[in-house]
Design a protein around this ligand. Structure first.
Ligand code: FE2
Ligand code: FE2
Length: 310
């Protein structure tokens, strides 16, 4: 009937990963109504919207969540509770205590801009992960460490939104989807030719991210293997030629590579890895490396690593 739009459970666009299921129920312009299923133990972030007039509303249908303003300021919410954000000044962590189902309404295109597109990127990362088993875990870990560094260095970062930075951090290695399977699967040392193929991935990540997220986000991913002394790739940029956000990502990326088990490396403690990054000041930005060391000493990187699901 004209003017009546029926929603059947299996007919909508849904974004699924192992912790979250998001379904778009209704959409008019930028206005969206969604349901969100979140698995116990999963974490999610509420981000400041690009436009501070935009409103995002959430109603808890089933389950239980925690909204973590700070570690000693936590709101537990359950069935029947609701909240909304408008003009949020910083990102806020949410933890899922029991499998939850939420109804959400947004005046900005959260589903289209974030979830649906991120789902496509997640699918690409998942493909890489099938051959290079640590990729998804690594991506989440780098995002967590990069967010900690971003928050500590926010005053030095000009005009880059946390949510944009998160996209760059989470999908910095998505270009590995173009690396042939036999190279991704290889555990022995790569030949120079194979290594040359792997080294194409930052450019490919940037090419994938650019159309949806723009030049600035793409460039952060593009530069995550650059090094301060110009010894990195793909461009061999030096020092301040590399924007601060990319210097942050470089540190977060190397820190996780050093502290996680990738099957062929020696796993370092957070303290030893941070000390090595500080010491290698020809490779890493000393300011970022110093902040990393403080985060390690305060236990924040350990806390973050507990949020990262294997
Ligand atoms: Fe990479
Ligand atoms: Fe990486």
């Amino acid at each position: 009937m004209k003017g009546l739009y029926l929603h059947k459970a299996d007919e909508n666009r849904a974004c699924k990963d192992e912790n979250q299921w998001l379904e778009l129920l209704a959409k008019k312009g930028n206005f969206e109504v969604m349901t969100q299923r979140v698995t116990k133990g999963a974490t999610a972030w509420l981000y400041p919207a690009r436009d501070s007039n935009d409103l995002e509303f959430y109603f808890v249908h089933t389950g239980a969540m925690e909204i973590v303003i700070s570690e000693d300021h936590v709101h537990r919410i359950g069935p029947g509770d609701s909240f909304y954000t408008q003009g949020l000044s910083r990102n806020v962590l949410m933890r899922c205590l029991e499998d939850a189902m939420l109804l959400s309404v947004s005046t900005c295109p959260a589903f289209d801009e974030q979830y649906y597109w991120q789902h496509e990127l997640q699918a690409l990362l998942h493909r890489v992960d099938q051959y290079d088993h640590s990729t998804q875990r690594h991506s989440r870990a780098v995002m967590h460490y990069a967010v900690l560094l971003y928050k500590a260095l926010e005053e030095h970062l000009q005009g880059i939104q946390m949510e944009d930075f998160v996209v760059a951090a989470l999908f910095h290695d998505v270009g590995k989807c173009n690396v042939p399977e036999h190279i991704l699967q290889k555990r022995a040392r790569l030949t120079p030719e194979e290594y040359a193929v792997v080294k194409l991935h930052p450019q490919d990540s940037a090419t994938i991210l650019q159309p949806m997220y723009g030049e600035r986000i793409a460039r952060i991913a593009l530069m995550h293997h650059e090094r301060m002394d110009g010894s990195g790739y793909p461009m061999g940029l030096k020092g301040k030629e590399i924007p601060l956000e990319a210097r942050i990502l470089m540190v977060a990326d190397s820190f996780d590579a050093m502290t996680s088990n990738r099957g062929y490396n020696q796993v370092m403690s957070h303290e030893a890895a941070a000390a090595e990054i500080v010491e290698k000041d020809q490779l890493y930005d000393p300011m970022v490396a110093g902040v990393l060391q403080q985060l390690v000493l305060s236990g924040k990187t350990k806390e973050a690593s507990q949020d990262i699901m294997e």
